[in-house]
Write a protein that binds this ligand. Structure first.
Ligand SMILES: Nc1ncnc2c1ncn2[C@@H]1O[C@H](COP(=O)(O)OP(=O)(O)O)[C@@H](O)[C@H]1O
Ligand SMILES: [Mg+2]
Length: 289
């Protein structure tokens, strides 16, 4: 697979702060992978995403050393229009980005700026609205809908631009439980389409883990772990030190292995369905006895 994002020893310090927020990041992300980014607050997750979409260094003052390449080209040398066609970022606070009177205008806004034809705009809008389940909101005011709906509109705005890299920064942190589920439904659909590289910072490990191909753990401005998701969650002690808990079903299955109920080569599950498949035969054995 092709590397489309590459950090080469990136260091970044916001002006008026003492410490560097990103301390020598080296990282490669492959095309069409789904990357989960976790870590406690203030460890550099948002800064990492900002360095990919170019907000760092273009929208902040600070010290920038090393570089980030998108499709082989330094982010630092790309203007905002070029960046917008490559990467989109959804923030945790959806309201911050709205400017139009209706949801439909909001979706069309970025596309008109780039100069797409009307028919192309229509096609992109329909796809984005459908995948985010907001078709019935198109003529509403973006201020007049629920928090979860606002977040889905914000996601649709990014999807409408159809950048190859889509990032979300704690997209469910301000949303009620039902709304959260819908956001993860969108992520699942995008993953199934396999057309985008997805990078999602999120505290909700239970939902994130089954979707992510690889996990990144940020701590004190560094990428301290970057591994395939299953490997990442098979060292719970290390994770717990960082305040991260594996999915409950992974932890429970690990316990069954440690206690000898499952063989040591049993593959750990990340999802309940997988766990059930593994654990159910244990119960059945018991009944037969
Ligand atoms: N705009 C900013 N100006 C100054 N310091 C910032 C800014 N944004 C983040 N920081 C600092 O950078 C460090 C990393 O923050 P951040 O990337 O937001 O972490 P996270 O997303 O993991 O909470 C923190 O020490 C934070 O206080
Ligand atoms: Mg953050």
């Amino acid at each position: 697979m092709e590397t489309i994002i590459e950090f080469q020893n990136l260091e970044w310090k916001y002006e008026n702060t003492k410490e560097f927020a990103l301390k020598g990041i080296n990282l490669k992300i492959q095309e069409h992978s789904f990357i989960g980014v976790v870590g406690a607050n203030e460890q550099g997750k948002t800064s990492l995403l900002s360095a990919i979409c170019g907000l760092i260094p273009h929208s902040f003052n600070g010290i920038y050393r090393g570089q980030v390449l998108l499709f082989g080209k330094p982010v630092r040398e790309m203007d905002s229009l070029e960046l917008a066609t490559k990467v989109g970022l959804v923030f945790s606070d959806p309201e911050a980005q709205f400017t139009a009177m209706t949801v439909e205008e909001e979706l069309a806004f970025g596309l008109e700026n780039i100069g797409y034809s009307l028919s192309e705009i229509k096609e992109r809008l329909e796809w984005a609205a459908q995948i985010t389940m907001i078709e019935d909101l198109l003529d509403k005011s973006p201020y007049d809908i629920s928090g979860g709906q606002k977040q889905r509109v914000a996601i649709a705005c990014v999807l409408a631009m159809n950048p190859p890299i889509i990032m979300m920064d704690e997209p469910t942190s301000m949303i009620d439980p039902l709304g959260k589920r819908l956001i993860f439904d969108i992520l699942r659909k995008l993953k199934e389409e396999k057309k985008h590289t997805l990078i999602v910072a999120e505290h909700n490990i239970e939902q994130l883990a089954p979707l992510a191909d690889e996990m990144i753990l940020m701590s004190d401005g560094q990428v301290v772990r970057h591994e395939p998701t299953l490997d990442f969650f098979t060292n719970p002690l290390y994770l717990r030190e960082q305040g991260i808990l594996p999915p409950e079903c992974t932890e429970y299955t690990q316990w069954l292995k440690n206690e000898g109920y499952l063989t040591s080569d049993a593959r750990l599950p990340l999802e309940l369905d997988e766990a059930t498949e593994l654990i159910l035969p244990l119960f059945q054995k018991k009944v037969v006895k």
